[in-house]
Design a protein. Sequence first.
Length: 490
Amino acid sequence: MTRIAEPDSGTPQDDHKFFGQPRALASIFGVEMWERFSFYGMQGILLLYLYYSAAEGGLGIDKVTAAGVVGAYGGAVYLSTILGAWIADRLVGSERVLYVSAFVIMFGHIALALIPGVAGVATGLILIAFGSGGLKANATSVVGTLYKKDDSRRDAGFSIFYLGINLGAFFGPILTGLLQTTLGFHYGFGLAAVGMAIGLTQYSFGRKRLPASSREVPDPLPRNKFLTYALIGAAAIVLIVVLVITGVITAENLVTIVIGVTIVASVAYFIVILSNKHITTIERKRVYAFIPLFIASVAFWSLYQQQFTVVTIYSDLRLDRNLFGWEMPVSWVQSINPIFIIVLSGVFAALWTKWGDRQPSTPVKFAFGTAIMGVAFLLFLPFAGGGANSTPLLAMIGILLVFTIAELLLSPVGLSVSTKLAPELFKTQMVALFFLSVALGTAISGRLAEWYDSAPEQLYFGVLGGIAIVLGIILAIFTRPILRLMSGVR
């Protein structure tokens, strides 16, 4: 069984050519930027496509069911990071999984663009979910191979990487939204496919700069077990197909199933890692330290990811989108947050770099991120329950600014800490475990749309905001014991 030590001598530890970071970061930055362009561009119009009437170019699905599908799909994206991470750690290495996943994503967007109706949605979303899951965990893991664990540039590097994500997230919904409102939904989906093709092309030319450690397999699967795992995978696919055909899995209950599967997978993953005999005592303590961070992350994402469910519906029904006599596409609301990310991610990266070892610890950042996300939901209260055009666009911009501040305190930091706390044998799968918290929160955001549809808006935003604030306070109280378990990692 192979154990990988610190990044090999080929890793550009002293390279500062890309904004003070290793030059190889640029290649990963690029493919992630274009993948997010296609992902958020498609997702910006997906919910509208599902619940708009046929006369408006949509499928006419009930709003609650449509939001559940979007939440389940989002959860499935992050849930599938388990598979992508396992293939990387046991079969072919992170970089190769990343590369193949980019092709799968592109084919998924092509399916959405060219295949009409429910068949196109099902085919496209399945391919994109699996492809995005494979790319996300492994892109993060590959970024981690560029730095030693004690490299002070690490959090700043992840913040710059996060900037690439949000450049794509900004332009995607704007351009697909324009095509959707002028030419139709399928043209918007087609543009997402083109964006992914561009990202794949540029990454193909930059792969050679990545360190050899990005292609190594930390825990190779013995060849005599290949057939067993292949049969397990085939059986799982057959089971899912049968459950869909027999009506056990439906659009209405899909999000609940994804929530259940994600909870089981998360618990199982923690048990597998903690019970492994080959990890050290310190590594095991660090995994225990990750548990409260995982819970806070679930709470955060269950609110934050409502940008694609409840906030989208709210913007369609309540937001005044009139700009000098022209009505802004609903999908453009999803580009507001990336604007702030683009502006502020550099500020946060510079701040963490300047403070160095004096910056707040990871649990403190998580506590503030969770609580500030709760504050963002409370800011809806003065406008909740109004009629059409009752919420000024400036108010929504302010609320999403608070979303952004919370996100920058938790999301890039969560990616970074998952690589720092990871046992050596589970370096990519630990990133997948962080994405499981995102999966669970995203799926919950889809389920919460049902409550939003039936409860008074003031109650909805007030209760959820209050819960997040309380969780943030509790995490802050337990910062010291969590840091002791982190054993030197901050």
